[in-house]
Write a protein that binds this ligand. Sequence first.
Ligand code: FPP
Length: 246
Amino acid sequence: MSIAPLPAGPDGEAGGPRHVAIIMDGNGRWAKARGLPRSAGHRRGADAVKRVVKGAGELGVPCLTLFAFSTENWQRPADEVRDLMGLLRHYLRSEIEELRKNGARLRVVGSREGLAADIVEDIARAEQSTRGNTRIDVNIALNYGSRDEILRATRRLAEQVKHGEIAPEAIDERVFERELQTAGLPDPDLLIRTSGEQRISNFMLWQCAYAELVFVDTLWPDFGKEHLERAIGEFRRRERRYGGVG
Ligand code: FPP
């Protein structure tokens, strides 16, 4: 668990979140309300991703994680999965220059298993070509499920114990976190979910142990920098006690 003082916001105000995680929800409802196919909602959702990445950089958020595709999303109709993968492919190929301009380092968290080979290559290329950037970490959770991640970490540690590489009593939070797909990232301070739903949906269950949760009614395709700024304002008004008395 990483609890450290938060950096000042762009306006010098103390206590901005170091890591904002977002469950982007409501693309389908956005499209349905306009009589459009779900794919149109996802396309507008991808535009919102670009706006929010830029806005987060401008607001001084050092780390942003967006939940783009869960391990459960494979259950959606094949054409919707294809559309989403197409958008992700397009994003990974077309946004590298914009990410570079924004000083963003891209990382994709989640399992590579089951992803098309060309997407795996695109991920490697995008991560490689943005790795020197330091203004903002942008993490895309793709084929990500927190229980899956925790199980994989547990299996790896069990193997290490089996081979005598680590003693069971040496497994503490830091050792466990090293095996998670988010290794090296700070825990989210603020978790936002759009579209009025109030669930975590298997997203960073370990990492969000002490995250402040903000649920907003705005559907993801309508979400922008001003909504992010408002959620950060709400975060700053909260008192975080980490189980203590404040
Ligand atoms: C939830 O809305 C959204 C998703 C499952 C996918 C999120 C994907 C994007 C925003 C576009 C591509 C991403 C990137 C990073 C380029 P929903 O379909 O569950 O909406 P609903 O609950 O209204 O049906």
